[in-house]
Design a protein around this ligand. Structure first.
Ligand SMILES: [Mn+2]
Length: 229
């Protein structure tokens, strides 16, 4: 049966992404799901674009860096001023993709904010989002900007990180918040959240997770491509 590899924020780190695919031993029929932020900040956005365009079983959810880049390459992006609103790292990546704007639009347009896998780790269905799920409102009540940006929950006492307040039922696999090690949150002994952004573009690691085997795969960044703000 085909397996799935869920991959943390790639940020244009193509060498590490290809090394990760190799290390995970993916077969042609296996599926890849990236947690988003495919391009901005890193060295090889065009290679990432080629890989995701050419492989129909490579999918992703949109990240907070992907959405402004999509807005900029839409037909009316220039007229609406979407280019002026880009983060410098997004503008730089878009420059590297200058001749590939249509391809970029084809890839990003219509991409989801949430992927429900339809399968489980143990008894827990797993889903993929970029940043988070609102711990009180759940998957159905999470707003688009929260899927893209959520870290701390302002309306809860002491503003906890969402994964420290989230109770399931789904296992949420996410990225967005880079940490030296994978974030794992448990409730009553069961894993409810798994953060895969281990800061590859900042010189950390690119992390993959194989839910079908409950196994992690990691590749160390060849170097630091971007300094943390
Ligand atoms: Mn992000």
């Amino acid at each position: 049966m085909a397996r799935t590899l869920v991959v943390g924020d790639i940020h244009g780190c193509a060498e590490e992404f290809e090394a990760l695919l190799e290390k995970a031993g993916l077969a042609a029929a296996d599926r890849v799901i990236c947690v988003g932020d495919l391009f901005a900040r890193g060295p090889r956005p065009e290679r990432i674009l080629d890989l995701f365009l050419s492989r129909s079983n490579f999918t992703f959810v949109l990240g907070n860096h992907d959405v402004p880049m999509l807005e900029a390459v839409r037909e009316d992006g220039k007229a609406s001023g979407a280019y002026d609103d880009l983060h410098p790292a997004q503008a730089k990546s878009l420059k590297l993709l200058e001749t590939r704007r249509e391809d970029l639009r084809d890839l990003l347009d219509g991409a989801p904010y949430l992927i429900r896998s339809g399968t489980s780790v143990g008894t827990r269905p797993w889903v993929v989002v970029h940043a988070g799920v609102h711990p009180k409102r759940g998957l159905e009540g999470t707003r688009t900007e929260e899927f893209l940006e959520l870290r701390q929950v302002d309306e809860l006492p002491d503003k906890p990180f969402w994964w420290d307040a989230y109770d399931g039922p789904d296992l949420v696999i996410f990225g967005h918040t880079p940490r030296p090690a994978v974030i794992q949150a448990f409730r009553r002994g069961r894993r409810v959240a798994l953060g895969l952004d281990t800061g590859c573009v900042y010189g950390g690691h690119l992390t993959g997770y194989l839910p079908d085997e409950d196994r992690f795969v990691q590749v160390k960044a060849k170097r630091r491509y971007y300094a943390k703000e």
